[in-house]
Ligand binder design. Structure first.
Ligand SMILES: Nc1ncnc2c1ncn2[C@@H]1O[C@H](COP(=O)(O)OP(=O)(O)OP(=O)(O)O)[C@@H](O)[C@H]1O
Ligand SMILES: [Mg+2]
Length: 285
């Protein structure tokens, strides 16, 4: 168990009410930059004094720990299958970011019994009081279980690149989620933009189709340039915001964090409990 986390947990649980914002980071097409944006956005929020957890829900193919240069011995499946406490699987890096690994080399969440699920929910319950922001880094597309997590979140951050295939798949993903819940806010970030114009065109295109066909406003958070320092940082297993703080990508993600916190404040009134919703969606199975 993380000692610091355990003492902070005790202090907070004595006084807190659930207040974490839970953000699912999704895409249609894979490899568009979800994990990199999640980790670096989370680190930007920590720099702003927030308490942040990243849960790697790309279960069985997790790589949040790799990007952070960590090797997590425990992962989300230990909560389910081995009934560990959530505080035993959370890892804390020196930069203050807490993570739950998604694990590798096993098949995804299958054969979940009611007993496993009860334990899982009980463990997740405490997280809402502990953190300001909880990021769910999803795999590309959406499985039935992933969809439950997405629908329980307070908002969805959609990542696309300017490629037409990525835009089309992002729209399909938004439509898929929208059919299940029309009130879930959608935020958009366009990654790997060769220039500002390309980023603007991409967000305009997606904003337009969302408006026209889903009757939904897409909240544009910003764009991240195609930047060699991202690739170099992945190779070094150091998040680019730490490895290359002055790079264009780092500055763009810091802007994204500011825009995001501003946008969230406007929506604070609509607070709902992530765990209560998740519990009720799992009960429907
Ligand atoms: N802004 C960028 N500039 C340059 N390269 C980038 C950028 N963003 C991402 N990449 C490259 O794309 C790769 C994939 O990124 P990442 O793993 O974050 O995508 P993902 O959407 O999480 O993928 P998956 O769908 O497999 O989970 C990175 O390893 C990096 O090489
Ligand atoms: Mg990923």
């Amino acid at each position: 168990m993380i000692d610091q986390a355990e003492s902070l947990r005790k202090q907070l649980l004595a006084t807190s009410v659930p207040s974490a914002r839970v953000i699912s980071v999704v895409s249609g097409k894979g490899g568009v930059g979800k994990t990199n944006i999640t980790v670096n956005l989370a680190l930007s929020l920590i720099k702003m004094g927030k308490r942040v957890l990243v849960m790697d829900l790309d279960v069985g193919m997790g790589n949040v720990d790799l990007i952070l240069g960590r090797r997590s011995p425990k992962h989300i499946m230990d909560l389910l299958q081995n009934q560990l406490s959530v505080w035993e699987i959370i890892e804390e890096g020196k930069e203050g970011l807490h993570t739950i690994a998604g694990g590798r080399n096993f098949r995804s969440l299958q054969h979940i019994t009611d007993e496993m699920l009860d334990h899982f929910m009980k463990q997740l319950d405490e997280l809402e009081m502990f953190y300001d922001y909880i990021f769910l880094d999803m795999g590309a597309g959406a499985t039935e279980i992933a969809l439950k997590f997405i629908l329980s979140s307070h908002e969805v951050l959609v990542i696309t690149t300017p490629e037409i295939t990525s835009i089309t798949d992002a729209y399909s993903m938004m439509k898929f989620i929208h059919v299940k819940d029309q009130n879930l806010p959608f935020f958009l970030a366009v990654n790997r933009c060769e220039n500002k114009c390309e980023g603007r065109e991409t967000s305009n295109k997606l904003g337009h189709v969302c408006n026209q066909f889903l009757k939904k406003e897409l909240i544009h958070l910003g764009m991240i340039p195609l930047d060699y320092s991202v690739l170099e940082s992945v190779k070094r297993q150091v998040p680019f915001i730490l490895n290359k703080p002055a790079s264009e990508a780092s500055r763009a993600v810091a802007d994204l964090a500011r825009t995001y916190t501003g946008a969230v404040q406007q929506q604070k009134a609509s607070y709902k409990s992530f765990i209560s919703r998740l519990k009720s969606l799992f009960r429907e199975r």
